[in-house]
Design a protein around this ligand. Structure first.
Ligand SMILES: Cc1cc2nc3c(=O)[nH]c(=O)nc-3n(C[C@H](O)[C@H](O)[C@H](O)COP(=O)(O)OP(=O)(O)OC[C@H]3O[C@@H](n4cnc5c(N)ncnc54)[C@H](O)[C@@H]3O)c2cc1C
Length: 391
């Protein structure tokens, strides 16, 4: 095997080179056209980005969480549209299969996901079930050896182009909560699965999202992940630490780039006969951005190491996603401020960073849901400790 794929430091250097030489020069083009060129996706396949987390047995690189975060930070430097291209394949689109899939399902789908032959999508969100995801209405009813699925999904990343879909649908009664939700693996082209065109959004142009309508969609019982009903929601929640850290790490990469470009601008633009960078009020903003960025990076890496050690990482992963994405928004806002009128103009990089920074506070669970997750765990732990000391 190419040593670049066995020595992590060499691999990381390789990816950074790809980002700097191939992705950064086309960012503005991707933003304007809403399309990542197919030759870039091919290069991502060659670089094995679609298989970072997938076991080697199925063609992946099986990197640790810390290593994946470092790669995500590197690709994040070029904006979220590029990291999202492979992010679903290594995260929500494959993690349930890796953890809960039958051997047959793993052998059939994981190599195609790991190689990037197929883009993966993960479909949970519905018109009436966003943050309240447990309330999904999409129904899967078993008839003989086929599930008949009906319902709607929306805001699904990669849906317009994906080949393999992990879909969470209700197999239990209406109010059966998590225990009544199951995960299915469904291939593009399955009868009754209707995919929308890409939906226009504020930022992250080039990362497609779309809706899915299931109209008497027939899925063989062999598509029920793990062959067991009722494990879909739990399986999805088990993948969340990974997804939250991936988004947090990507945001660290975006923030690093925003700071670099802001400093460059502050050095090049002169007012009152001197570069903006010489004004102490501008320096204050730059210092705040750098300091907060260092804290973000440390938090993501610390949380990633907790995952690698097998520790419970619900709080660190949610905290990393929450803190980093809120910080990125502040850093992008300062970048616009430092660039003045130019920063507000359509087509300036600062304007693009500002738009791109907005989405990650919403997906993978909104930041309000992250606050709830962190607070609930905190309170649960405190109550447990209090109960233990009483007994
Ligand atoms: C770019 C993008 C990509 C996405 N990709 C995918 C994907 O691939 N697959 C998928 O399944 N979904 C995806 N989503 C959907 C995403 O997960 C949801 O948008 C998100 O979970 C929020 O749901 P909602 O949009 O319905 O907002 P709502 O749940 O309606 O929330 C609206 C507001 O109310 C707040 N809120 C809700 N409940 C509470 C509460 N209990 N306490 C306090 N505040 C609350 C929220 O924080 C938010 O501010 C994507 C979304 C975006 C924007």
């Amino acid at each position: 095997m190419d040593p670049a794929y066995t020595d992590f430091n060499a691999y990381h250097t390789h990816i950074l080179k790809f980002v700097n030489e191939c992705l950064l020069p086309i960012e503005a083009e991707v933003d304007a056209t809403h399309k990542v060129p197919s030759h870039i996706i091919d290069q991502m396949r060659t670089l094995r980005l679609f298989g970072l987390s997938i076991p080697k047995k199925y063609g992946g690189l099986d990197l640790s969480m810390e290593e994946i975060s470092l790669i995500s930070m590197a690709v994040g430097r070029s904006g979220a549209a590029f990291s999202t291209k492979f992010g679903i394949n290594i995260g929500l689109g494959s993690r349930i299969l890796v953890k809960d899939g039958t051997e047959e399902q793993k052998e059939k789908y994981l190599p195609r996901i790991a190689s990037g032959e197929d883009l993966a999508a993960f479909a949970l969100t519905e018109p009436e079930a966003g943050s309240d995801a447990i309330n999904i209405k999409t129904k899967a009813v078993l008839k003989g050896d086929t599930y008949i699925i009906n319902g709607s999904k929306r805001y699904i990343t990669n849906a317009p182009t994906a080949g393999i879909f992990t879909v969470i649908a209700r197999t239990g009664a209406e109010n059966s909560g998590a225990a009544g939700a199951s995960a299915f693996v469904i291939e593009r082209g399955t009868r009754g699965m209707i995919l929308s065109e890409p939906v226009l959004k504020m930022g992250e142009h080039g990362s497609d999202i779309g809706s899915i309508e299931f109209c008497d969609c027939s899925v063989s019982a062999a598509g029920l992940i793990g062959g067991v009903e009722g494990r879909g929601f739990k399986g999805a929640m088990n993948t969340m630490d990974f997804g939250r850290l991936f988004v947090g790490a990507s945001a660290v990469g975006i923030a690093e780039r925003v700071i670099e470009e802001t400093v460059k601008y502050a050095l090049s633009r002169k007012q009152f006969g001197q570069p903006l960078a010489d004004f102490e009020l501008i320096q204050g903003m730059l210092a705040d951005s750098k300091t907060e960025w260092l804290a973000c990076r440390a938090l993501v890496l610390e949380a990633s190491r907790a995952v690698d050690k097998g520790e419970k990482a619900v709080v660190p992963a949610a905290a990393a996603k929450y803190f980093v994405t809120e910080t990125l928004a502040r850093i992008a806002d300062r970048a616009v401020q430092i660039a003045g009128g130019y920063g507000f103009m359509h087509g300036s990089p600062m304007e693009r960073y500002y738009r791109d920074a907005r989405g990650c506070r919403i997906y993978e669970g909104t930041n309000q849901i992250m606050q709830l997750v962190i607070a609930r765990e905190l309170i649960k732990e405190m109550k447990k400790a209090a109960d233990a000391s009483c007994s």
